[in-house]
Design a binder for this molecule. Structure first.
Ligand code: AMP
Length: 433
């Protein structure tokens, strides 16, 4: 049974959005205006070469000029002078050493500002995108807290299983030196090893809201000893329809916890969550005002019957070294990746029809450079952190401009320059190039 210890908010009864994560089979979270991974539709034929959404797909209306930015601003202009060095935070010597071993020398802006606040026990709202070092910004002080007080227990909620695994990987770089243990509980994988793992002492529990909720409902995950909560990429979790799960999870955690909220943006829904569940939070913002300013963008006009050919000739350019291609639907993404492989381009795909293991395999091949191209749906690509992506190609248009920004944010990370290319049908914008 779940222990109800936090009485700050009444429970909302029903749980309509109880998904493990967005692309596990079967259940889908509600998501406003989002149709990115609409793939149950074998009946919805994809026409044209190589898949790509087909003519039946309702095209969102965009002005193609939104996809053009020929003069990206120099990212290097943003110089942040940190107020601290890692040695200033009072981290345990071996923890500071493990940071050094990762080649991390200076705190990133989010780390510089957030680490002292977390160590001070404050609730913190960190407005920061992926790639800013936000994971270490919360992990390092929480590991330090756990070194000092062995009874600390932290739960970290992430929108996708991929992000959960990335957080776990980051934790392993720092936390295992101290006999601190973590369990990752994500949907789409066998629950039994997670149940077994939860029976042992865990200092960190990392997971997607749906699976965490399932484990709480089954009585396998007790929340009454949790002292720290991290909501990672909170805006995406809300966007994916996890609001009720998050509220129920937070309701079950003792009120005298420390709550950390990381998000790229602050929406009304996020604000309500913060007001209901955080105590006098301090906000630190390092979000770039407009990520699209720093990424070179252009459109690729295509004729419907030659869409795949247009992509193939584009991929002949050597500067397209590491490319993520976004497609609209699971089956069209799979089809396109097969077409590319047939044409001698090493491609992998990532979408909701693939098992967790298959997606990890694809991601590894892409990260290691074995595959030059990763074809992905929007939802599957969320939260993925891959360095040095030279190009993002929107083979199918995104559903919303927000999705467009998320997509192209996969490139141009940190100070690296990236380029985004968006396929637009010739009649809609082909003459703009
Ligand atoms: P994030 O997804 O925001 O947590 O960023 C993760 C990436 O940033 C990882 O590759 C980290 O190794 C790297 N990273 C974290 N902190 C720093 C830092 N202070 N300086 C440089 N790279 C960092």
């Amino acid at each position: 049974m779940r222990t109800e210890t936090n009485q700050r908010r009444p429970q909302s009864g029903r749980r309509p959005n109880s998904q493990s994560d967005s692309f596990s089979s079967g259940r889908r979270p509600n998501r406003r205006r989002f149709n990115g991974d609409r793939s149950n539709s074998n009946s919805r034929p994809s026409r044209g070469q190589g898949g790509g959404g087909g003519r039946n797909r309702k095209q969102p209306t965009f002005n193609p000029s939104q996809f053009i930015n020929k003069n990206p601003v120099e990212v290097a202009e943003e110089v942040y002078v940190p107020k601290h060095q890692f040695t200033d935070f009072g981290l345990h010597g071996r923890l500071a050493d493990s940071v050094k071993q990762q080649g991390i020398e200076t705190p990133s802006p989010i780390q510089d500002q957030v680490i002292p606040l977390i160590l001070d026990g404050k609730d913190v709202i960190g407005l920061a995108q992926t790639g800013t070092g936000k994971t270490a910004a919360f992990l390092l002080p929480l590991i330090q807290k756990t070194i000092e007080h062995k009874d600390e227990q932290t739960i970290i909620l992430t929108p996708t299983r991929e992000l959960a695994l990335q957080v776990e990987a980051e934790f392993k770089k720092f936390g295992t030196n101290f006999k601190q243990w973590a369990t990752t509980c994500v949907g789409g994988t066998n629950i039994n090893p997670q149940i077994r793992s939860l029976k042992r002492r865990n200092h960190f529990i990392i997971g997607t809201p749906g699976r965490i909720m399932d484990l709480m409902d089954r009585g396998n995950l007790r929340t009454n000893k949790i002292t720290n909560v991290v909501l990672d990429e909170a805006d995406r979790m809300l966007d994916m329809g996890f609001i009720n799960d998050i509220r129920k999870i937070l309701d079950g955690i003792p009120a005298d916890r420390q709550t950390l909220f990381f998000s790229a943006t602050m929406t009304k829904e996020a604000e309500a969550l913060v007001n209901d569940f955080m105590q006098n939070p301090v906000t630190i913002s390092v979000s770039k005002k407009d990520v699209t300013d720093s990424i070179a963008q252009d459109v690729v006009p295509y004729e419907h019957s030659k869409k795949l050919d247009t992509l193939l000739s584009l991929l002949k350019k050597p500067e397209l070294q590491r490319v993520i291609i976004f497609g609209a639907m699971k089956h069209s993404v799979e089809k396109l990746s097969i077409e590319l492989s047939r044409n001698g381009i090493k491609a992998e795909s990532i979408h909701g029809n693939k098992s967790h293991g298959q997606r990890q395999h694809s991601l590894r091949a892409f990260k290691s450079g074995n595959a030059r191209v990763l074809v992905a749906t929007d939802v599957a690509a969320r939260g993925i952190h891959v360095d040095n992506v030279s190009h993002v190609i929107n083979y199918d248009l995104p559903n919303t401009f927000e999705d467009y920004v998320h997509r192209i944010g996969r490139t141009g990370r940190g100070t690296k320059r990236g380029e985004a290319l968006t396929f637009v049908p010739k009649k809609a914008g082909g003459d703009r190039r």
